[in-house]
Ligand binder design. Structure first.
Ligand SMILES: *[C@@H]1O[C@H](CO)[C@@H](O)[C@H](O)[C@H]1NC(C)=O
Ligand SMILES: *[C@@H]1O[C@H](CO)[C@@H](O)[C@H](O)[C@H]1NC(C)=O
Ligand SMILES: *[C@@H]1O[C@H](CO)[C@@H](O)[C@H](O)[C@H]1NC(C)=O
Ligand SMILES: *[C@@H]1O[C@H](CO)[C@@H](O)[C@H](O)[C@H]1NC(C)=O
Ligand SMILES: *[C@@H]1O[C@H](CO)[C@@H](O)[C@H](O)[C@H]1NC(C)=O
Ligand SMILES: *[C@@H]1O[C@H](CO)[C@@H](O)[C@H](O)[C@H]1NC(C)=O
Length: 816
C-alpha cells in the first residue's frame, strides 16, 4: 500500500489480474471496482497447504520493449527475482525463507507460484517489472492465507460424541445436538441442515476463541423425525466445499393401533381357526401377544413385518373349546422398549357349536312307576349356537314321527306320549341340528311296567311218570320281572296250590317247577301265574300234565336225495309221550345191521351205504318210558354206474311194479272184507264195536284218569301179514310192545293215510274193552283227526297195503 503505483497501467492491469486470479486461484475474491485506493493492492486468497499464484503482468507496453528484471517483495523485502537477460536456471533467485516453494512462470500467464502455502505466507507482496526502455511497473498483492477449521463434531445432551446415529430417542421427547468446530482462520460459519433445508446458522465471530458451536434443538420429536438425517456444515472459504458431518436420528415409536382382523366365518368349537392381529406404527416392530381371559396363549408362527416395517401381523392358530364361548380374546401390541406404549384390542368370543342336548323324563314323572296307559313326556334341552333349526326324536334308534292320533306329540322341546304302551318302552334320544352338526342327547330309557303275560300262549303238554320228577318251566313277559309265582294244579280232585318249595323263581320272569306225581290224582291241569309291581297275571300259563308214556313211532318216512352211497331220511315225529325223545334209524342189509343212527329230530343223513344196495330201514322213537314200535321202509341205493335219473326211476319201478300188483290185490281184498264186515255189523251186537281210543283224547281231557297210566296192552296183536314179509317187517323183527296209550297221532296225508289206519287199528284195539263211557266224549273232539274208525272185528286184523305213487317212486314203500 505504501508503494506508489502509476495509475494508468495499473487500471488495466488490475482488471487483468482479476481475470488471471480468478482463473488461477479458485475463490479469488474479485476486486469489485477500479477505485483509486483499491488500485493500491489486489486481495488474493489461498488455503493453507494449497497453492497460491501471484500474478504479475510482464507484457511489454507499446512500442515493444525488452524485459530486464522481475523482482518480488514480501513486505518490501526482496524474496524472488528473475533476470530476463539470462537464460537457464540462473535467471531465478529465491530467498531462503521460501524454502524452494516458489517458482516464477513466464507462461502462459506470468506469475509467481507458491506451493504448500503456510500461514506465514500471509503478507503484502509487490512485483516490480523493469524494461529496457519503458518505465518500471509495480503491482501490489495482499495474500490472505486461509486456515480451514477441523471437521465438525456432534455432541448430544450428555456431551457424548455422536457418530452416525443419534438416539434412540423416545417419541415426543426433545432433542439437543451440538455441532462443535474447532479452529479455522478466519472463523468458520456453522450451519445445521435437514436434507437440503438449512435449519440454523452461526455466522463467524472473531471473538478470539478457537471453538465455534451451534446447537440443534427439537422440542418434540414427532413421528416424522424418525430416521431423519441432520447435517452440520462448517466453512470459512468458498475455495473448498464446506466440511460436513451427518447424523441420523433414531426414534422409538409406540404402536399406533392394534386390531384383530375380522373373519368372515364365525369361530366354531373344535375347528382350528387362524386369527390375525395387526399392529401399526411401532418401531422397532411391536411384540404381539394373544390372551384369552388374561391368560397368554401360545403362538407357534413367528410374527411378520411388512416391507416398510410399519406394520406387524401375528397369526394365531387356535381351536376353540366349548368353555371358551363368551370369553375375551385379546391381542396386545407391546413395544420392547416402551413400557407404557402397550396397545390392546379384544373381541368377545361368540363361538358356534354343535347343539348340546340333554334329555330328561318329565320332572313330575317317577321313572320307576310308569304303567301302561299313563301319559309320559320328555323334556329336550338344547344349547346351540346358532340355534338349532330342527329337533327330532328317536325311539330305539328309529326316528319318531309326530302322530297325534297315536298319541305321539313330538315338539322341539317336548315329546309327549299319551297312553303309553309297553312297546313304547326303550331308549329315547333327542337330536338337535344346526349348521355345526347334529347333537344327540344321551339316551333316556323309558320303563313301562306291565302285568306278566305268558310267553308261550299255547298250553303245553308235559309228560311225567309216577314218582318221577318232571320239570315244568313257566316263562312270562313282564316289566319289572315278577318276583312271585303261583302254581296251581287243577283236576277232578279239585284245585290245589303247589307248595312254593317245589318251584324256583329266577329274576328273568321264569319259574321252574319240579313236580313229582305220586298218584293219579297228581295229574291234571297246571297253571302258573306271576305277580309283579303292576299286578297279577290275568291269564295264567297253562300246562297239561300227562302220565309219561313211550313215544309213538315216526311216521310218513321218506328218503330224499338218494345217491349211490347216501340218503337223507325224514319222518314225521309222533307223540313224544311227554318226554325227551330220541329217534333211531337202523339200516339193515340182508339181515345185517350196517348202521344205527340216533338223532333228536327224526331226520337222518346217512353216508357210506354202498351203491346198488337193497336196504331195509327201521325207524323208531325212544324215551325214558321205552321204545316205540318200528316203522320200516325199503330203499335201494343207486347203482354207481347208472345215471341218477335212470337209477331213480328204474330202482323205483322194478320193485314197485310187483308191489303195485300186490297192492291192488290187497286193496281189493280189503274192500271186500270191509263190505263183508259191514254186512255182518248189522247182525252183530254193538258190544263188539268200539271207538278208537287215542292219546289225543287222553291228552285233551284227563277224564280217562281211571286208566292206569301204564296200562298193559295186548302184547300179541294178531297180525296177519299179507304179501311179502318185508312189507311189514317190524312185526317180524320187533315184536311190538303196545303202549298203554299208544297211537300215532299225525294228520293223515296223501298216500300214507292208510298207515294211520293200521296204527290206529293195532294200537287202539286193546283199549276197546277198557274204554270207559267217558272216552266216548273225547271221540267227538277227535273225530276229525281219527279218520279211521274201525270195528272191533276188523281191528283184530292187520292190513298191509303197499302203495306206489310216482312222487315217492324211488323205493318208497308204505306199510299199511
Ligand atoms: C482487500 O482487503 C482489504 C481488507 O481485507 C479491504 O479493505 C480492501 O478493500 C480489499 N481490496 C480490494 C481491491 O478488494
Ligand atoms: C404407518 O402406518 C400409519 C397408519 O397407516 C401411518 O399413519 C403412518 O404414516 C405409517 N408410517 C410409515 C412410516 O409408513
Ligand atoms: C279247574 O278245572 C275246572 C274244570 O275244567 C274249571 O272249571 C276250573 O275253573 C279250573 N280251576 C282252575 C283254578 O283252573
Ligand atoms: C308226509 O310226507 C310228505 C312228503 O314228504 C309230506 O308232504 C306230508 O306233509 C307228510 N305228512 C305228514 C303227516 O307228515
Ligand atoms: C339234496 O342235496 C342237495 C345237495 O346236497 C341239497 O341242496 C338239497 O337241499 C337236498 N334236498 C333235500 C330235499 O334235502
Ligand atoms: C341201535 O342203538 C340203540 C342205542 O344205542 C340200541 O339200543 C339198539 O339195540 C341198537 N340196535 C341194534 C339192532 O343193535
Amino acid at each position: 500500500m505504501e508503494c506508489s503505483v502509476r495509475p494508468s497501467p495499473t487500471r488495466v492491469l488490475s482488471l487483468w489480474t482479476l481475470l488471471i486470479g480468478s482463473f488461477n486461484i479458485a475463490g479469488l475474491r474479485p476486486g469489485p471496482s477500479v477505485r483509486a485506493e483499491s488500485l493500491d493492492s489486489v486481495n488474493l486468497s489461498a488455503v493453507a497447504g494449497g497453492d497460491a499464484t501471484l500474478p504479475c503482468d510482464t507484457r511489454s507496453p507499446q512500442p515493444p520493449d525488452a524485459l530486464l528484471l522481475v523482482v518480488w517483495y514480501k513486505d518490501d523485502v526482496p524474496i524472488y527475482s528473475y533476470d530476463g537477460r539470462v537464460k537457464g536456471p540462473s535467471a531465478h533467485w529465491a530467498d531462503a525463507s521460501l524454502a524452494g516453494r516458489a517458482r516464477w512462470h513466464a507462461s502462459p500467464h506470468s506469475a509467481l507460484k507458491i506451493r504448500d502455502v503456510i500461514p506465514t505466507d500471509r503478507a503484502l507482496y509487490r512485483c516490480r517489472v523493469d524494461f529496457k526502455v519503458s518505465p518500471t511497473r509495480n503491482y501490489k498483492l495482499v495474500l490472505h492465507v486461509i486456515e480451514l477449521p477441523e471437521k465438525p463434531k456432534i455432541f448430544d445432551e450428555s456431551d457424548k460424541e455422536i457418530i452416525g446415529v443419534a438416539g434412540p430417542y423416545i417419541e415426543d421427547t426433545s432433542l439437543k445436538l451440538t455441532c462443535v468446530v474447532s479452529g479455522g482462520k478466519p472463523m468458520p460459519r456453522l450451519r445445521w441442515w435437514r436434507d437440503d433445508k438449512m435449519i440454523s446458522k452461526l455466522e463467524p465471530t472473531e471473538d478470539g476463541s478457537r471453538l465455534s458451536t451451534l446447537e440443534l434443538k427439537i422440542p418434540k420429536l414427532k413421528r416424522d423425525y424418525f430416521e431423519a438425517v441432520y447435517t452440520c456444515t462448517a466453512d470459512n472459504t468458498a475455495l473448498v466445499p464446506p466440511l460436513r458431518v451427518n447424523v441420523q436420528i433414531q426414534l422409538y415409536l409406540r404402536p399406533l393401533l392394534v386390531e384383530i382382523l375380522s373373519r368372515e366365518q364365525p369361530l366354531s368349537v373344535g375347528n382350528e381357526a387362524e386369527l390375525a392381529c395387526r399392529a401399526v406404527g411401532a418401531r422397532p416392530s411391536a411384540t404381539i401377544t394373544w390372551w384369552l381371559d388374561n391368560k397368554q396363549m401360545s403362538v407357534t408362527d413367528p410374527q411378520k413385518d411388512s416391507e416398510d416395517r410399519n406394520e406387524t401381523i401375528s397369526f394365531l392358530r387356535w381351536t376353540p373349546r366349548m368353555e371358551d364361548d363368551g370369553r375375551t380374546l385379546k391381542c396386545r401390541a407391546a413395544h420392547s422398549k416402551l413400557e407404557h406404549a402397550t396397545l390392546e384390542t379384544s373381541i368377545k368370543l361368540d363361538l358356534h357349536f354343535m347343539p348340546i342336548v340333554t334329555l330328561q323324563l318329565g320332572s313330575t314323572l317317577n321313572p320307576n312307576d310308569i304303567e301302561e296307559g299313563d301319559d309320559v313326556y320328555f323334556d329336550c334341552g338344547v344349547n346351540a349356537n346358532p340355534p338349532a333349526y330342527k329337533v327330532v326324536w328317536e325311539h330305539n334308534g328309529q326316528v319318531m314321527t309326530h302322530n297325534q292320533r297315536a298319541g305321539v306329540i313330538a315338539g322341539s322341546a317336548h315329546l309327549a306320549l299319551q297312553g303309553v304302551s309297553r312297546e313304547q318302552a326303550g331308549k329315547y334320544v333327542c337330536i338337535a341340528s344346526n349348521v355345526e352338526g347334529d347333537g344327540r342327547s344321551e339316551p333316556v330309557t323309558l320303563q313301562v311296567i306291565y302285568k306278566p303275560v305268558c310267553k308261550n300262549a299255547m298250553a303245553a303238554i308235559v309228560g311225567a311218570a309216577i314218582n318221577e320228577a318232571a320239570r315244568v318251566t313257566c316263562e312270562v313277559d313282564a316289566f319289572p320281572p315278577p318276583k312271585n309265582f303261583q302254581w296251581i294244579l287243577n283236576n277232578t280232585m279239585g284245585t290245589k296250590e303247589i307248595d312254593p318249595s317245589k318251584f324256583t323263581v329266577t329274576n328273568v320272569g321264569r319259574s321252574i317247577l319240579t313236580y313229582t306225581p305220586n298218584t293219579e290224582a297228581d295229574y291234571g291241569s297246571l297253571s302258573c301265574r306271576a305277580t309283579n309291581l303292576a299286578g297279577q297275571q290275568i291269564e295264567p300259563c297253562r300246562y297239561t300234565l300227562l302220565p309219561a308214556v313211550k313215544p309213538d313211532p315216526p311216521t310218513n318216512c321218506s328218503a330224499r336225495n338218494l345217491t349211490d352211497d347216501s340218503a337223507e331220511l325224514r319222518c314225521a315225529a309222533g307223540y313224544d309221550g311227554g318226554l325227551q325223545t330220541t329217534y333211531f334209524v337202523e339200516v339193515w342189509e340182508a339181515g345185517e345191521l350196517i348202521a344205527n343212527v340216533s338223532t333228536i329230530t327224526p331226520v337222518w343223513k346217512l353216508q357210506g351205504l354202498g351203491s346198488g344196495k337193497a336196504l331195509k330201514l327201521a325207524f323208531y322213537a325212544n324215551n325214558a318210558r321205552g321204545r316205540s314200535e318200528v316203522t320200516t321202509m325199503r330203499v335201494h341205493t343207486l347203482s354207481r354206474l347208472a345215471l341218477h335219473t335212470e337209477a331213480k326211476s328204474t330202482s323205483g319201478m322194478d320193485t314197485s311194479w310187483a308191489l303195485g300188483i300186490i297192492a291192488g290185490i290187497v286193496v281189493t281184498l280189503a274192500i271186500l272184507t270191509a263190505i263183508a264186515l259191514l254186512a255182518r255189523k248189522r247182525h252183530r251186537p254193538l258190544q263188539y264195536e268200539a271207538p278208537v281210543q287215542t292219546v289225543k283224547a287222553y291228552k285233551g281231557s284227563m277224564q280217562s284218569a281211571n286208566h292206569s297210566p301204564i296200562q298193559t296192552d295186548d302184547k300179541n296183536p294178531d297180525v296177519v301179514p299179507l304179501g311179502k314179509d318185508y312189507n311189514c317187517a317190524r312185526d317180524l323183527e320187533r315184536p311190538p310192545e303196545p303202549p298203554p296209550y299208544a297211537a300215532v297221532v299225525s294228520p293223515p296225508v296223501g298216500s300214507s293215510r292208510s298207515v294211520h289206519s293200521l296204527h290206529d287199528t293195532r294200537s287202539n284195539t286193546p283199549h276197546t274193552p277198557n274204554t270207559p263211557a267217558s272216552d266216548a266224549q273225547s271221540i267227538g273232539t277227535l273225530g276229525e283227526d281219527r279218520r279211521s274208525v274201525t270195528s272191533g272185528t276188523l281191528s283184530r286184523r292187520r292190513e298191509v297195503v303197499t302203495t306206489r305213487t310216482p312222487l315217492l317212486a324211488n323205493a318208497r314203500e308204505s306199510c299199511v
